[in-house]
Structures are given as structure tokens and as C-alpha cells.
Design a protein around this ligand. Structure first.
Ligand code: SF4
Length: 149
């Protein structure tokens, strides 16, 4: 029995993105700045990013993380840029947290074409570039895959 999320609605209807969606990150940094939010980091990500920055886990936690109601999140600069954003680029792009690696295929963005297109207004990588078929989107939603870029 599969425990993954199914794209099939209870009604049996295929989701609105049944023909897939396009996305290729342009690394513009827009999603890493502009407004406050949370970027969750798990234990393995904390270890990996700390090592990349040449810090102990403790120093990384003190300087880059905030403890929230549901675990650690990356902290932000005064202007709400992600603490790991430098000159518009992510300092750890190739090992960025899973939350970043699955953008924009988040359940909240896939609720409807309208939600997707609303987010696309702030992300020039959406609706362009690489085609993600339905099966790939399902894998991302189920935690079996992630975007590349
Ligand atoms: S995900 Fe979108 S907004 Fe974020 S860096 Fe890539 S293209 Fe820019």
C-alpha cells in the first residue's frame, strides 16, 4: 500500500496540473528576500550547512538559526533577506534545505491554477523552462524527489 499523496481527487478527477508544469530556477534570489517567513532546516541540513560554512553546529545555530514553534528555521537579515543570501545568491545553493529544493511544487501553490499563477508573479522561473510531468510533481509532493537547478 502506498503512503504517498495521490494526485487523484476523491472524485477521481485528475488535478489541474495533470499535463505537468514548467519551472527552471533563474537564481534571481527573489524568493529568498522581501518578506518574513520560515525556512525549516532539519538535523542533517544543519550539519551539512554548518560544515559548508566552516562552523560548528553550535556556532551555526547561534548565528543563523531561530528556534520556532516547530523547530529550527533560518534567521533573516534586518530587511528580511534570508541570512544565507549574499549579493542575490544563496551561499549554499547546492545543499540548500529541502524546503527550497521543492519550490515551487508546494501543496499550497498547487491548490489551483490561480494559486500557482499568483506565486509565479514573484518567481520568474515558474511557467518557464524544464517540464515536470505529473509523476514527477507527485514524487516531489511525496518526498521522493525534488527540483534541480
Ligand atoms: S525560485 Fe524563482 S524567485 Fe527563487 S531564485 Fe529561482 S527563479 Fe528566482
Amino acid at each position: 500500500m502506498s503512503t504517498s499523496r495521490s494526485s487523484r481527487k476523491p472524485s477521481g478527477k485528475a488535478p489541474w496540473y495533470k499535463d505537468g508544469l514548467r519551472f527552471s530556477c533563474k537564481q534571481c534570489g527573489a524568493c529568498c528576500s522581501g518578506k518574513p517567513g520560515y525556512v525549516w532546516v532539519n538535523d542533517a541540513e544543519i550539519t551539512g550547512i554548518a560544515a559548508r560554512l566552516g562552523l560548528s553546529r553550535e556556532d551555526f545555530r547561534d548565528k543563523y538559526l531561530k528556534l520556532t514553534y516547530r523547530g529550527y528555521s533560518l534567521t533573516e537579515k534586518a530587511n528580511y533577506d534570508c541570512i544565507l543570501l549574499e549579493n542575490g545568491k544563496c551561499l549554499v545553493y547546492d545543499i540548500r534545505p529541502r524546503q527550497c529544493r521543492t519550490w515551487p511544487f508546494w501543496p499550497e501553490n498547487l491548490r489551483s491554477r490561480g494559486h500557482w499563477d499568483e506565486e509565479a508573479r514573484g518567481c520568474p522561473g515558474m511557467n518557464e523552462g524544464m517540464h515536470f510531468p505529473l509523476s514527477e510533481i507527485e514524487d516531489i509532493l511525496a518526498g521522493r524527489s525534488e527540483t534541480v537547478g
